[in-house]
Design a protein around this ligand. Structure first.
Ligand SMILES: Cc1ncc(COP(=O)(O)O)c(C=O)c1O
Length: 392
């Protein structure tokens, strides 16, 4: 039997998805799924109309970096944040995921390192494994809002293999929002160190008090790449459309070649993208209102649970909870396989997978406020009862 690659053997199982398979073994249980960032908010009508209107005679390949009309729409939309973008500054990708993978592949060789504030979006590990890149964590603390540490601390993490600093703003799973000062400092620091900046802004439109500062507002200099996606903003996770944006001509040329290797992003999705990017500003206010209400409900419910510590997200729709349990992974399994409250239970994402060293997230879980308010409140009630039963 031929053997599989070392890479295949080191691929992590996504902590966000792994318990879903276990939950499927219990079809009789009503599970409230707060493990995955899959909103139940209806996809806006104009996007669904674009799907219906897509009736080509031949479903053909499109250009590697996207249809001109979709690139133009994305350039115009992202120019709202100040940078004056043209078609050539945008590559259309299969979700923000592929944009991240292309950024990693264009910037790094096997053995290189990317710095990421921790806890971080777990799939950064997966993209790192595929291209042979190590994610080097930058420790942050719940107590100070997961702020990025000082330049001196960052300096200590850089070595000859470091190629980039990557963060999501607003943050998944922390809900942290970086403002102008913090972002300016990071972009300046990275320029001094000759590093790329990957600003993952897929939650840019979901914030509650003050908006995150986009790297586009700071002019998006050549060492900066911005990632965006339709998934969360337009409740369109399944359409798989994202954008990689940079004003660095050399980098964009290599991203075009990466795109050529997989031919092109799908045309249907790009028509949906054009419809999405043309939505009026009040659409974004509407979704902020929905998520604010859900996040508030979630925070009120979970912080009332004895022994639970959590931060209120300032953006995105996640919160990392510190639980009074010794092993959150085992606890999350217990909720699925053993614990029921009137035939119901919850699926949560164990915290370990959001850390480079899973031990650091051992007592934590991540919740996503992706369900309606009453279901979130019910889920918190089940969680509280589950914690009591687990400890007993
Ligand atoms: C921070 C972050 N970046 C990127 C993605 C990838 O999203 P997609 O590939 O659906 O655009 C996600 C999805 O959850 C995310 O949370």
């Amino acid at each position: 039997m031929p053997t599989l690659s070392a890479r295949a053997h080191t691929l992590q199982e996504s902590p966000i998805r792994k318990l879903d398979l276990t939950a499927m073994r219990f079809p009789e249980v009503r599970f409230h799924r707060l493990n995955i960032g899959q909103p139940d908010v209806p996809t806006p009508g104009p996007l669904l109309e674009a799907i219906r209107a897509f009736q080509p005679e031949v479903v053909a390949y499109g250009p590697a970096s996207g249809l001109p009309a979709c690139r133009d729409a994305a350039a115009a939309y992202h120019s709202r944040w100040g940078a004056s973008l043209q078609r050539e500054h945008v590559a259309v990708t299969t979700g923000g995921s592929e944009a991240l993978l292309f950024a990693f592949a264009a910037m790094c060789d096997p053995g290189d390192e990317i710095l990421v504030p921790e806890p971080y979006y777990t799939n950064y590990n997966g993209f790192g494994t595929v291209v042979g890149v190590t994610i080097r964590p930058i420790a942050t603390r719940l107590e100070d809002g997961f702020a990025i540490p000082s330049d001196d601390v960052l300096d200590g993490l850089v070595n000859e293999r470091t190629r980039a600093i990557l963060f999501s703003n607003p943050g998944n799973p922390t809900g942290a929002v970086y403002g102008r000062d913090e972002l300016e400092r990071i972009i300046r620091w990275a320029a001094r160190k000759d590093l790329f900046v990957i600003a993952d802004e897929v939650y840019r439109r979901i914030w509650f008090d003050t908006p995150p500062t986009s790297a586009l507002e700071l002019g998006a200099p050549d060492h900066v790449v911005i990632i965006d996606s339709l998934s969360k903003t337009y409740s369109a996770c399944g359409i798989r459309l994202g954008f990689l944006i940079s004003q660095n001509g050399e980098l964009m040329e290599k991203v075009e070649r990466l795109g050529q290797s997989r031919l092109g992003p799908q045309p249907l999705a790009q028509h949906v993208g054009i419809a999405a990017l043309g939505l009026p500003e009040d659409y974004y206010e509407h979704i902020r209102h929905i998520y604010r209400e859900r996040v508030d409900a979630m925070m009120q419910a979970v912080t009332a649970v004895d022994g639970v510590r959590a931060n209120r997200p300032a953006g995105a729709f996640y919160s990392m909870l510190d639980l009074p349990v010794d092993d959150a992974d085992a606890f999350a399994r217990f909720l699925i396989t053993d614990f029921r409250l009137d035939g119901e239970s919850v699926v949560v994402a164990p915290g370990g997978g959001f850390y480079a060293d899973p031990a650091r997230g051992r007592s934590q879980i991540r919740l996503a406020a992706v369900l309606e308010r009453d279901r979130i409140e019910r889920a918190a009630e089940i969680l509280a009862a589950g914690i009591r039963a687990y400890g007993a």
